[in-house]
Design a protein around this ligand. Structure first.
Ligand code: MSP
Length: 504
């Protein structure tokens, strides 16, 4: 089998429409998925929606819909948005899919049969927004730190998962580097938490009479599986795995799981504990993404300070929207976003940067009706090799903004080369040299097309088409990365890739 790459995003709550913050991890995962596909790997990219639980019931009731009507509507909006953003997921898992419900119930049963689940009563403060219990200590002024609302006091019979037994094994796994959490600060946060706070057993069900929107526990029909356990299991069920514990999917385990820091503990503690209990290998890497903030505050549905991704796509186009999401600040850190910043970045890096370079080079090349043939140029060979090396290292580290800087840097290098060599004069004075200069620029555009392709797939195709290349030839990155891999060009005219915009 080819090298495999299984990547996941969190599954999104369908209590409200998607916003730019929720589009962020999905676009990032898509870029990675496309990059690994270009390397010839067998990629499986999973995303989807988290559709059970009190939060959804609340939202549906507010909208005077049944939960099922409501989740169908919002899940469709997510799928539509992912289409608009050219998300290349291999499956879209919905936790209301009968197949997910069936396998998730079977997994819960397995945990029960193995003795990891027992019956008890839970009394505590529950935040419906987070779908979790809080201790008094974790609240800020008596309110949930994420939703700024007071949690509800709940007291009910439920089943518990023996999470407390996993404190030591998890610490050990993190310490030894077998349970990888990136960036480092997030790993340290989890380790710090495990070292200083005692893990309590986890309430993993709710009384059906009180919360009637979820997966029924197979061994007790009066209880519904806790929405977070239900949701985490999507990473297993989304592989279309049939639930045979003797034969896991060939794609298991995930190679990279992306998620925000607000859901770190679910993924870094509860999730691996469940897998250890099930004796299923752990994911290879969790990568914790930062937040989009607006004036320093997390962009969130509950705070209402959201940017509509459809609006960003409408103004800048789908490819540029993807670029803008990943270029503003380092992946893994928080960053303030605004339409103003998007306009500035679009204008500087895309309209005046890459877009202008492509138009300029193609216009110059069209000055002669000729085929531009390969001639060796060591300066370009060195530059291109170095660019790919920086880019690939950045992609391996999920440092998308660094990969984009490498692209920007190559475009600037070409701009400077044009200024120095003045091909518009050479075409009149030294045709031979003109052709050599143009080959270097055209070959560089080809590399730029390949480098940008995971980020801006349509733009990449347009550049390749202007270079007269058939995009079906897109095969394995290793075949296209060399300087001179295409040894002649006959170009075609191209419309501006990033039209200049006036601000709304
Ligand atoms: N349903 C759970 C996840 C279950 S995964 C087994 C959930 N859903 S969510 O819709 O609230 O959030 C999904 C992801 O979007 C999280 O990783 C969250 O951090 C991310 N984001 C939500 N708002 C965001 C920003 N403002 N900025 C960046 N990411 C944001 O949690």
């Amino acid at each position: 089998m080819d090298k495999k790459f299984y990547i996941t995003t969190p599954i999104y709550y369908v209590n409200m429409n998607p916003h730019l913050g929720t589009a962020y991890p999905t676009v990032a995962a898509d870029v990675l998925a496309r990059h690994h596909r270009a390397k010839g790997e067998q990629v499986f990219f999973l995303t989807g929606t988290d559709e059970h639980g009190a939060k959804i019931v609340e939202a549906a009731t507010k909208n005077r819909k049944t939960p099922k009507e409501f989740v169908d509507e919002i899940a469709a909006k997510y799928q539509l948005l992912w289409d608009e953003l050219q998300i290349s997921n291999d499956n879209f898992i919905r936790t209301t899919d009968p197949q997910h419900e069936k396998i998730a119930a079977a997994i819960a049963q397995r945990l029960y049969d193995k003795g990891f689940i027992y019956k008890g009563t839970y009394s505590g403060l529950y935040c419906v927004g987070c779908e979790r219990y809080y201790t008094e200590k974790e609240l800020v002024d008596g309110k949930c730190p994420y939703h700024q609302t007071a949690p509800t006091q709940l007291s009910e019979d439920c089943y518990f998962f023996k999470l407390s037994g996993f404190q030591e094994p998890l610490m050990k796994l993190i310490d030894q580097g077998d349970w990888v959490i990136e960036p480092k600060e997030r790993r340290n946060e989890v380790l710090g938490f495990l070292k200083t706070e005692k893990l309590e057993d986890l309430a993993i069900s709710r009384v059906r009479a009180k919360m009637n929107w979820g997966i029924t526990l197979p061994w007790d029909k009066n209880q519904v599986l806790y929405v977070w356990v239900d949701a985490l299991l999507n990473y297993l069920t989304g592989l279309k795995w049939d639930g045979d514990f003797n034969k896991l999917s060939e794609l298991w385990p995930p190679d990279a799981q992306l998620l925000g820091k607000d859901i770190l503990r679910f993924h870094a503690v509860i999730w691996p504990a469940m897998l250890l209990a099930l004796e299923i290998p752990l994911p290879k890497k969790l990568f914790i993404t930062g937040f989009f903030t607006i004036n320093g505050q997390k962009m969130s549905k509950s705070l209402g300070n959201v940017i509509d991704p459809n609006e960003v796509i409408r103004i800048f186009g789908s490819d540029a929207a993807r670029y803008l999401l990943l270029s503003l600040f380092p992946f893994g850190q928080d960053g303030d976003v605004s339409m103003e910043k998007f306009y500035d970045k679009y204008s500087a890096n895309l309209a005046s940067g890459l877009g202008n370079l492509v138009s300029r080079v193609i216009t110059l090349a069209l000055k002669q009706e000729t085929i531009y043939e390969f001639s060796e140029n060591n300066e370009f060979r060195v530059k291109i090799t170095a660019t790919w090396a920086t880019y690939e290292k950045a992609m391996d580290n999920l440092a998308f903004e660094q990969a984009l800087i490498a692209i920007q840097d190559l475009a600037s290098f070409c701009d400077k080369y044009i200024e120095i060599n003045k091909p518009w004069q050479l075409v009149k004075t030294n045709l031979d040299l003109f052709k050599k200069v143009m080959y270097n620029l055209l070959e560089s555009l080809r590399h730029l097309a390949w480098l940008t392709s995971p980020f801006m797939p349509e733009i990449s195709e347009k550049i390749l088409a202007a270079l007269g290349l058939f995009t079906e030839n897109k095969k394995d990155l290793s075949l296209v990365k060399d300087w001179g891999a295409v040894n002649h060009y006959q170009v075609k005219s191209v419309k501006p890739l990033f039209p200049r915009l006036t601000r709304d």
